[in-house]
Design a binder for this molecule. Structure first.
Ligand code: HEC
Length: 217
């Protein structure tokens, strides 16, 4: 018997076992990373991990000094979407089941820097999260659940879904697409080619009917 066939006899079963293992791992993996959102057995959302490495979609700023000293959500709003949902959005222009959007706030530390006058971020302040799940939130508008993990650096480990009125109501009133303020996220609009870049002041219902058709869902 040649060395080669010995090698073959040894190698092929190993490959077969390894391949079976890989398929198993892929199946498990698929089920596992289907959702960036993980819930505990009481239905509370577990604070997402690694969201600062997700896709950064925008940074609205509501400085305290432009909001009577205390903005409703002070001050920088760093917004991230989980990578899998971003990929889906790129393709379809829709937020899929399981989408997680994180908004982490940071305060204004300075209003001048060597680059000029402006607003420059300091420390993190607060963590808020939205999760789209028809399974978890069948009765919420758009199936979005909203969560507040409290103040930095003592973010809660888990958070309960907040009542519809405390979060969703305002999103419903002003958000451009599916309760998400896509009008403030250039990264999302650019990702899905063909979706018009639109400013809120140009957003009049009816006027651009065809052009903006199907944006509110
Ligand atoms: C007064 C209106 C208002 C209320 C109430 C409100 N939001 Fe928002 N939210 C906004 C606006 C406007 C944006 C986008 C611009 C910005 O960040 O200021 C936003 C953005 C977000 C985002 C980023 C994704 C997106 O939809 O654009 C999350 C996550 C979020 N809010 C969570 C919450 C949570 C959790 C609550 C309830 C505690 C809440 N919001 C209540 C107005 C509101």
């Amino acid at each position: 018997m040649s060395v080669l066939s010995n090698v073959r006899r040894f190698v092929f079963p190993v490959i077969a076992v390894a391949a079976a293992g890989t398929v198993g791992a892929m199946l498990l993996g698929a089920a596992d990373d289907e959702r960036a959102a993980k819930f505990d057995n009481k239905g509370a959302l577990i604070r997402p991990e690694g969201y600062r490495k997700w896709v950064f979609i925008g940074c609205p700023v509501t400085p305290n000094d432009m909001n009577n000293g205390k903005a409703a959500f002070p001050e920088f709003h760093h917004v991230y979407i989980d990578p899998k949902s971003f990929a889906h959005y790129e393709k379809t222009g829709q937020f899929p089941e399981g989408t997680v959007i994180v908004k982490e706030l940071a305060n204004v530390a300075a209003k001048e820097s060597p680059s000029g006058a402006g607003y420059f971020p300091g420390d993190f302040v607060l963590l808020a999260v939205a999760v789209k799940s028809a399974k978890r939130f069948p009765n919420e508008p758009g199936n979005w659940g909203y969560f507040n993990f409290g103040e930095y650096p003592n973010y809660a480990e888990t958070a309960e879904a907040l009542p519809t009125d405390s979060c969703n109501g305002c999103h419903q009133a002003g958000a451009q697409q599916d309760y998400v303020f896509t009008q403030f996220y250039p990264v999302l609009r650019a990702a899905h080619q063909g979706r018009p870049a639109e400013h809120p002041e140009h957003h009049h219902h009816g006027e651009h009917g065809e052009h903006h058709g199907g944006e509110k869902q």
